[in-house]
Design a protein around this ligand. Structure first.
Ligand code: BYC
Length: 313
């Protein structure tokens, strides 16, 4: 087949809902987009451990600490599945880590905000994991097999994360006036960054149209953001939280919650590396990655020893 025929055949497979596997023929741009997105996604999971890690030693009870530790470990696990999915393209993990540490690869903007009080842990679980579920449930239907399969498991765990976050918020909203004020303050600070997680509007999203053609994305940034808003506004009202948006109104005809303008200047400032915690997040990653060098060396040496023993047996 000529390249043109291969491309037609590839598109037919996508349109028929088939999964593309790593050894299948694929256009270079499909490979490149997926590698970019999956590696960014993996980096987001790993960098996303930092804001929550800040509260492990200050969790208000042993129960809360155990739940938080388990959640953070899950996020690390998600990073590993996703790095493995990206490695099916032949890239080495150390290369992806280098791209993260040198700023060549992005990670989700939302993790560049600080966690200032315990309610922030509730807000991250409820809002950030809640937004991630909406996005990732869509990605579980994407055309690339390893990414879609990783999403199925990740979404199951994110469901638990979202509920633990909502539980924290609901408990605080049933508490003292000070606790209620803390929960509302966290809501005020995390609401807009959570909406930004879905990326720029469809009209200014560089990758959406090609990604939708190839079912790397099966829904657009704006349509997912709207679903998240519709779902979350009701949950906020249910526990007495106010959504920090004066333009929020319910449209009975479309059954959508219409919301105000997102601050895109803030979004691009954060995405381009100048948000409140960007430097801190990368510096932290570099420090602990270096300190973990001996663990990686020991793991490789152990693997080699096992291989040698197996070949002798
Ligand atoms: N932040 O054309 P667009 C979690 C970039 S972790 C930063 O719409 P695309 C959790 C975008 O990369 C799960 N950058 O792009 C973990 C592109 O730049 P480049 C996090 C963003 O890829 C721990 C440019 O803007 N979820 O749940 O079609 C604790 C143009 O955008 C962002 C994921 O990572 C952003 N928010 O669509 C708790 C989801 N938005 O690469 C929780 C996986 C856009 O051309 N990623 N950009 O230089 C995706 O689904 C898609 O990549 C996006 C963007 C929807 C984010």
């Amino acid at each position: 087949m000529t390249d043109e025929q291969k491309l037609v055949h590839f598109q037919e497979r996508i349109d028929a809902g088939e999964k593309i596997e790593p050894k299948d023929w694929m256009p270079e741009a499909y490979r490149k987009t997926l590698l970019r997105q999956i590696s960014q996604h993996a980096h987001s999971e790993v960098i996303g451990m930092q804001p929550e890690g800040n509260w492990v030693l200050r969790a208000p009870s042993l129960r809360a600490k155990k739940i938080l530790l388990a959640k953070i470990q899950d996020e690390g696990g998600h990073g590993l599945y996703l790095y493995s999915a990206a490695e099916t393209f032949g890239i080495d993990r150390s290369e992806m880590i280098e791209q993260l540490q040198t700023g060549k690869a992005k990670y989700s903007s939302v993790f560049n905000y600080p966690t200032l009080n315990w309610a922030d842990i509730g807000a991250i679980g409820w809002l950030v994991d809640g937004a991630a579920i909406v996005n990732q449930t869509m990605l579980a239907k994407c055309s690339f097999g390893p990414y879609a399969r990783a999403m199925v498991r990740i979404c199951k765990e994110e469901g638990f994360h979202q509920r633990q976050g909502y539980e924290i918020m609901a408990k605080m909203m049933a508490g003292t006036n000070e606790q209620k004020a803390m929960a509302q303050d966290a809501m005020n600070r995390w609401w807009w960054p959570s909406l930004m997680m879905f990326g720029p509007h469809d009209s200014s999203s560089a990758h959406t149209s090609e990604s939708m053609k190839w079912k790397i994305k099966v829904e657009s940034n704006d349509s997912l953001r709207q679903r998240f808003v519709n779902r979350t506004v009701e949950q906020a009202h249910h526990i007495g939280l106010t959504v920090p948006d004066l333009n929020l109104t319910y449209n009975k005809e479309t059954r959508n919650w219409n919301f105000g303008d997102i601050n895109w200047d803030e979004f691009w400032t954060v995405v381009n590396g100048n948000g409140p915690c960007n430097h801190q997040r990368i510096a932290h990653h570099i420090k602990y990655h270096r300190e973990g060098e001996w663990v990686r060396e020991a793991a490789v040496a152990f693997g080699k020893k096992q291989q040698k023993q197996n070949s002798l047996n």
